[in-house]
Design a binder for this molecule. Structure first.
Ligand code: SF4
Length: 250
């Protein structure tokens, strides 16, 4: 059965084994790639889940493009990892918003900060790369805000969002990365389980993978907005540079 047909994906989280999930993810990507061609683009956050999705996408077609959204607040290890990844895959385009923002906006209004520094460049990437289907590493077992997504969604009319590893467990992500010897951000060695901007990311334990994101704020364990906000026709597009070429980020 084509995976594009409606199914209860929550039942598949524990209903499929690792190999079946890999096959399903590849099929989801293949189906979408057959439909969208070069307008299928991977949103590569450079986190562990995105590393799996990027590897899977390259198995479907080495020509598949992607984009990375970065911010002025990314840890140096993440910036270095981004440099290495983009050097290896020049078809990954980097987007960043360098517009002036209020001092310590991430403390006073983290939602606004994420909107300016993460959502705006994502909107720009979608527009500039003429994206018809964007592919994410979102997983439904990551935390409280991620339980109700689907593998194929169309929140923005005409823009498909594909979540091909939605039903994977965290351990299966690491299983895939280990089996395929995929390089990951060295911050994972320190104990981080979910990576973001330096001021808003902490190492935590416990069942919620995203508990260390925006710890101590009302946004704790929450979302930056790219999975919840419209990505087309924004009411107030923020200023910012166009995409960055290799070597232009810091
Ligand atoms: S994660 Fe923190 S620093 Fe990064 S954009 Fe969001 S609020 Fe700003």
């Amino acid at each position: 059965m084509p995976v594009s047909e409606a199914q209860d994906v929550k039942a598949l989280v524990d209903g499929l084994n690792f190999a079946e999930k890999v096959e399903r993810s590849l099929l989801l990507l293949s189906e979408a790639h057959a439909q969208y061609g070069e307008r299928l683009v991977v949103a590569n956050s450079l986190g562990k889940d995105s590393c799996v999705v990027w590897h899977l996408a390259k198995r479907v077609s080495p020509r598949i493009r992607g984009f990375v959204v970065t911010t002025r607040f990314k840890p140096s290890q993440t910036v270095d990892f981004m440099r290495q990844t983009v050097a290896r895959y020049p078809e990954l385009q980097v987007f960043r918003n360098d517009a002036a923002i209020p001092e310590r906006l991430h403390v006073s209004d983290p939602d606004r900060c994420c909107d300016l520094l993460k959502v705006e460049p994502t909107r720009r990437a979608v527009a500039e790369m003429n994206v018809g289907c964007w592919v994410t590493g979102l997983r439904c077992t990551e935390g409280r805000t991620r339980t109700d997504f689907e593998e194929r969604e169309e929140r923005d009319p005409g823009l498909l969002k594909l979540n091909p590893v939605l039903i994977w467990h965290e351990r299966e992500i690491w299983q895939y990365l280990a089996l395929h010897q995929v390089p990951v951000n060295p911050l994972y060695v320190q104990g981080y389980r979910s990576l973001g901007c330096a001021p808003c990311t902490r190492i935590t334990s416990g069942p919620d993978e995203r508990a260390g994101r925006w710890l101590g704020t009302s946004k704790c364990g929450g979302e930056c907005g790219i999975h919840t906000r419209p990505l087309r026709n924004p009411a107030t597009p923020a200023p910012g540079p166009a995409s960055l070429g290799a070597g232009q980020w810091s």
